[in-house]
Each structure stands twice: as structure tokens, then as C-alpha cells.
Design a protein around this ligand. Structure first.
Ligand code: CP
Ligand code: NVA
Length: 306
């Protein structure tokens, strides 16, 4: 049984596919799930800002008949007023689940260690596994069987890249991260993804050459500067500009689908022409955050419901 969702690897291929199918069911028949979390309370803690994650969890939990309690970066800053351990021990006495967006992954593992209720990672320095679930839900809706696809990520190797890479490997999707030199994904996570991909007949690659993205079915962009990094975007513009998701690059790769986790910095990592263009599934992807997370919450908090 699934207890926590911290790096996404808690789900094997079968579990991930089951979850994506449940998400499709919840999306198609929301009223069937309107009591799936009845009587359950979920605390959502945020050490960093959020639009999509905060709202998709809050509204999603409400649609499942549950109750979400939001703690902002002042009240949700674990380790400041009291220890992470004490957050976990206290919250566990009232709530049925914890969703946390944290600066350091270690905070999540400590929360999970001392919490008697499930803990979900809603972004940390290393992973964004709920995002990856929504991304693959979107790819499945648009393209069908994701094991037949190639996905290319362009830009900085970061938390989003890591979670995409791991879920791609798990689901048998060929994956390439096209990143400038010095901005590659974490080498340990890459190694892990390569091992998982090998078991599933898929490939994981890292390259600094755009040509590596040619033949991808979908191309994916994220910000060039993640939350917590104070570097101005202008300062990294020259380094990342060759990786900008623009019309010329899209045509060069031949990709049919464009994804971006958002928030997007228009005319930096992606042009408005592409973001608002016919290949963009970015808003569908944002909507799917809620459906994918609802499937996860039902699986974690009320597995007998499904
Ligand atoms: N994609 C994503 O996590 O968006 P927010 O930072 O707005 O939650
Ligand atoms: N890599 C980005 C993702 C935002 C959803 C960040 O960590 O800020």
C-alpha cells in the first residue's frame, strides 16, 4: 500500500498506469468521486509561492468532499518556529494527509518519518512528482500509449526535469534532457532513471545539442531560474537562448505537442507564439494537475474507494 509520495518512485509502472487511469475516470465522472474524501482533512504547507499547486489541491480536495487547510510560507516554514518533527507529530493528530512544498527534500523525508499520515511532495529542490503525473496524464490524453513516445525537455536541468525523467523511465517513454553545459540534471537521479528505463525498454539521454530533440513527439520547457534562485532571468538569457522553445525550434524537432509546467516567462524559455499556438497543451496540462492529484489523494487516503 502506498504511504507517501516523495520522489515519485513509490509507484512502479503498474501503479503509475493505474493512477493515470483513475485520474481519467475522476476527470470524466467527477460526481462518482464527490464523497471519496468525505470527512478527511488535508494540510497543505507551502515554503514557496504557488498558483497551480495551491489551487489545484485546494479545489481538488473540495471536489472529493474533503477539507483542505492551507499554511502559507510564514506559518508553513518548517524548522523556523518549531522543528519539522514537531510539525509532523502535531499535524498527524488532526489531519489525514500532508501536502508540502519545501525548499529541501530532506524536510519531506523528515516529515514522512514522524508523520503517521501520508505525505505528498508538491515540489522541492529535487523533484516535482505531482507535476510529472499531470504531464503524463496530458500526454496519454493527447497521444495514447506513452510508451511509444519520445519526450524532449529543454533548458535547465532541475526538479521538473528529474521527475519527468523518472516517470518517463517508469512508463517506458524515451526521454532526452537538452540542457546547456553546466546545467545538466543531477547525475545520481540520471543514473537511477537510466536503470529504470533499461528495464522498460526505454532510453534516457542528456545532451547540450538541440539536434537530440529531433523526432520528439512532445517538447517541454520550464523556467531558466527556479524559485529560491535570485539570479535575474536577464543574466542567464544568453546561456539559455539557444534552447528557447520557439516556432523555429518546434519545427526543427517536428514535435506535435508543447508542454510547460508554468509559471512561464514569455519570450524567455518559451515564446507567446508557441505557448498560445496550436501545439500547446499547457492549459490542459495545468487542469490535469487537479485530476492527477485527486487520483493520488484517493489512492493514498481512501484506497478502498477504488
Ligand atoms: N507548476 C506549478 O507547480 O505551478 P505553481 O508553482 O504555480 O504551483
Ligand atoms: N523549476 C521550477 C518549477 C516551478 C513549478 C521551480 O522550482 O521554481
Amino acid at each position: 500500500m502506498l504511504k507517501n509520495f516523495l520522489n515519485g518512485l513509490e509507484l512502479d509502472q503498474k501503479g503509475a498506469l493505474k493512477l493515470l487511469n483513475l485520474a481519467q475516470k475522476i476527470k470524466a465522472n467527477p460526481t462518482d468521486f464527490s464523497q471519496a474524501l468525505a470527512g478527511k482533512s488535508v494540510v497543505t504547507l507551502f515554503e514557496k509561492p504557488s498558483l497551480r499547486t495551491r489551487l489545484s489541491f485546494d479545489i481538488g480536495i473540495n471536489k472529493l468532499g474533503g477539507h483542505a487547510v492551507y499554511l502559507d510560507s510564514q506559518n508553513g516554514a518548517m524548522g523556523a518556529r518549531e522543528s519539522v518533527k514537531d510539525f509532523a507529530l502535531n499535524i498527524s493528530t488532526w489531519a489525514d494527509g500532508i501536502v508540502a512544498r519545501v525548499n529541501a527534500h530532506k524536510t519531506l523525508t523528515t516529515l514522512a518519518e514522524y508523520s503517521s499520515v501520508p505525505v505528498v511532495n508538491s515540489l522541492c529542490d529535487l523533484y516535482h512528482p505531482c507535476q510529472a503525473l499531470a504531464d503524463f496524464l496530458t500526454l496519454q490524453e493527447v497521444h495514447g500509449d506513452v510508451s511509444k513516445l519520445k519526450l524532449a525537455y529543454l533548458g535547465e536541468g532541475n526538479n521538473v526535469t528529474h521527475s519527468l525523467m523518472l516517470l518517463a523511465a517508469n512508463l517506458g517513454t524515451d526521454f532526452v534532457a537538452v540542457c546547456p553545459k553546466g546545467s545538466s540534471p543531477d547525475s545520481q537521479i540520471l543514473k537511477q532513471a537510466e536503470q529504470i528505463a533499461a528495464m522498460n525498454g526505454a532510453s534516457v539521454m542528456v545532451s547540450d545539442r538541440i539536434e537530440a530533440a529531433v523526432g520528439a513527439n512532445a517538447v517541454y520547457a520550464d523556467t531558466w531560474v527556479s524559485m529560491g534562485d535570485k539570479t535575474p532571468l536577464e543574466q542567464v538569457k544568453a546561456k539559455y537562448m539557444p534552447y528557447q522553445l520557439n516556432q523555429a525550434l518546434l519545427e526543427k524537432t517536428g514535435a506535435q505537442t508543447v508542454l510547460h509546467c508554468q509559471p512561464a516567462h514569455r519570450e524567455f524559455e518559451i515564446t507567446s507564439e508557441v505557448m498560445d499556438g496550436p501545439a500547446s497543451k499547457i492549459i490542459q496540462q495545468a487542469e490535469n494537475r487537479m485530476h492527477a492529484q485527486n487520483a493520488l489523494l484517493v489512492t493514498l487516503l481512501n484506497p478502498n474507494f477504488v
